[in-house]
Design a binder for this molecule. Structure first.
Ligand code: F6P
Length: 328
């Protein structure tokens, strides 16, 4: 391993996700293990532009592996989208003698990282962390497991009241552009239908399917709707449409919302974050850059940041297929 990098900057960026702290801890401790100096950059790219940077020690990240959110805080920076903003960011890195950057976040954060890294020939490595799980090059992103468990727990609770009252519930989970969270929590929660952005089943097929369920003897039902589903109606309009066209049901709407972003990370997310954090630093030490570390078939592997940004992570069709069978 060549070892030219001495000071590593670490930041979290974009929407937070449970397990980000475990990733910060892993990067900081791996840097210290390899005799480098880690620097925490607060509030993502905006904090970098403003020089909100602190030298970290291994002890600074004690007792955070179990905590949700991010001790580094996070932000979505408009200024970093401009060349002037990125120049300021570069000046701050030079001022603090930081010679490599680890960015923990989602595709928006990686796009910024990629542009910056090419513009200034600066070594950057990405660690995928988003509850949406929509990043190419990794089977799972940090936070998805915790968030899908939170959504499933919510569905379980709603199922109790749905079955007591013989009601139909529309439950909206997060996922502006991706249906992974809806699909996983929907299958785990035994949903009747799962509406995702990647596949538009059409509102009439939904009504038909609910009608069939009623005929098959079901007294209550749950429909899980991803925030970005493609029916063209929001979850309240969807419920009203079904109520108007299916008098047999009385429906209610629940939006699970930002509680999916919080909470103590699951064991899976903590282990994933730890593995990816160690690998990110080792990849930098190895002189590589412009990469994202990911998890594929139980191995830690790298993908170019370009591919991670530009290629689409496809929904597993087998999951959609089993939903149809299991709702019989
Ligand atoms: O973290 C990803 C995500 O949860 C999306 O699914 C959601 O649409 C978005 O973030 C909402 O984020 P915010 O409220 O922070 O803009």
């Amino acid at each position: 391993m060549s070892k030219q990098i001495q000071n590593i900057g670490i930041m979290t960026s974009g929407g937070d996700s449970p397990g980000m702290n475990a990733a910060i801890r892993a990067v900081v401790r791996t840097a210290v293990f390899y005799k480098m100096d880690p620097y925490g950059i607060y509030r993502g790219y905006q904090g970098l532009i403003e020089g909100d940077i602190e030298r970290f020690t291994a002890r600074k990240v004690s007792n955070i592996i179990n905590r949700g959110g991010t001790i580094l805080k996070t932000a979505r920076s408009q200024e970093f989208r401009t060349v002037e903003g990125r120049k300021k960011a570069y000046e701050q890195l030079k001022k603090h003698h930081i010679d490599a950057l680890v960015v923990i976040g989602g595709d928006g954060s990686f796009t910024g990282a990629q542009v910056f890294s090419e513009e200034f020939n600066f070594p950057v490595i990405g660690i995928p962390a988003t509850i949406d799980n929509d990043i190419f090059g990794t089977d799972f992103s940090i936070g998805f497991d915790t968030a899908s468990n939170t959504a499933t727990e919510a569905i379980d609770k709603i199922r109790d009241t749905a079955s007591s009252h013989d009601r139909l519930f529309f439950i909206e989970v997060m996922g502006r552009n991706a249906g992974f969270l809806a699909l996983y929590s929907g299958i785990a929660g035994g949903a009747e239908e799962i509406l995702i952005p990647e596949e538009n089943i059409g509102i009439d097929k939904l009504v038909e399917s609910l009608r069939r369920s009623k005929r098959a003897g079901k007294t209550s039902s749950i429909v899980v709707v991803a925030e970005g589903d493609k029916t063209g109606k929001n979850v309240f309009e969807l419920a009203k449409y079904v109520d108007d066209n299916l008098k047999e049901y009385e429906s209610r709407v629940v939006i699970v919302g930002h509680i999916q972003r919080g909470g103590s990370p699951t064991t899976f997310d903590r282990v994933l974050a730890s593995r990816l954090g160690v690998k990110a630093v080792e990849v930098l030490l190895d002189g590589q850059k412009g990469l994202m570390v990911g998890y594929k078939n139980n191995k830690v592997e790298v993908t170019s940041l370009k591919d991670a940004i530009n290629l689409k992570r496809e929904i597993n069709k087998e999951l959609l297929y089993i939903v149809d069978i299991l709702t019989t």
